[in-house]
Design a protein around this ligand. Sequence first.
Ligand code: ZN
Ligand code: ZN
Length: 480
Amino acid sequence: MAARRSPAPARTQRLLTLPAALSALAAATGLLCGSALLSPAMAQTASPAPSSNTASATSTGDPALHAQIETRAKAAEARLIAWRRDIHQHPELGNYETRTAKLVADHLRKLGMDVKTGVAKTGVVGLLKGGKPGPVVALRADMDALPVKERVDVPFASKAKGKYLGKEVDVMHACGHDTHVAILMATAEVLAGMKDQLPGTVKFIFQPAEESPADIEPDGTNIWGAKQMVAEGVLENPKVDAIFGLHVSSGIESGKLAWRSGPAMAAADQFWIDVKGRQTHGARPWGGIDPIVVSSQIVMGLQTIQSRQVNAMLEPSVITVGTIHGGNRMNIVPEKVEMMGTIRTYDEGMKKDIHARMKRTTESIAASTGAEATFRVVELYNATVNQPALTEKMAPTLKRVAGDGNWMLAPKATASEDFSFYQEKVPGLFFNLGVTPKGTDVTKAPSNHSPEFYVDEPALIHGVRALSNLTVDYMTMAQR
Ligand SMILES: [Zn+2]
Ligand SMILES: [Zn+2]
């Protein structure tokens, strides 16, 4: 792996501007979950037709259970916010979430659940058996933070440091996973409080390393996060019938819910390109082969794949070169250049086709100059696909919880989520919760992964209400 080692964040920052460095860092971590769940501009155009946003609060489920959820969620709200602030102030990178995991495990044990710890390194799984027989519903929260230095002016702002692939970095919950943990802890409290009346079992999954691990580098052979939890049997014993999860988003107004059926978030792949030229004096480039110029041609060539080669009407796709490193002096043509980037797709066939075209483009451009180039790709996360049948079945619940005018059809996002690994095994629904304060222009709000990412805390209770209601409605509907 040494030859293909990801460039360290420090090097990245030296070569790029700060925003570019942050995106490169995010690219290096493999994905951008949440950040573009809704790009703000898209969110604005994504309002549903008025007819679809009014009538649909149906009588799905059991009104007595719904009423209990409301009361219990309200009662838990102050603790929900306190947990969120505590976790926010103590963020931990992927696979290092030991403090967070302990907080979660202690809480679940206090609620009387069977608790498993150390799942996929630091994951925690709690099992709540309802008083009546019924299906098994899994609810998932991711626990990890990002290598970002917080710039939000709140008393509980993070000053934490962590280790990212061996280097010390600042750490921040810039993707809002602190809120996911707090929301699921409060949901556990709500549902545990009404356990005797629950017709089914709830599996609470607190997952590490959604953003990719900070202790190992993805190399195509190792696994982490959701994939590892699934491999360790998190969806078995008891077997999960359906899974729900949420992500907070800066692109939506506080408290609003958004979702879509089918492919909702993109598959994310990471690629590496090494270009080998021949070193020479910068004043006499004809004496060597300049890998910097070749790399520039490759970067431009890759951009013609989406724009000129694949069917633009099938599905969108993105190829981003996030890092480019080569040379150490103005008058030396260097020996080699290393590049790294990400690919986002929604269609499996199109993904494989793009990989083949990228390899051909890279190698052919290099060969045309006498240089040598290698292309290597690792498939990190598959597309997040909300099962249409489950989405249709549960949409009335989300609409009722959100209320008229407070939900919307989410556009496809080019961000990725390893929630997809659960959805490959069991029907799953992943939705978004808006956290940008009302009155703020969502098109200008700092996005997830930004050092200024801000969460409007009154939104969080709606996450608890949504997850709790999805759980009881799914169980109630299974009784019929
Ligand atoms: Zn995220
Ligand atoms: Zn993220």
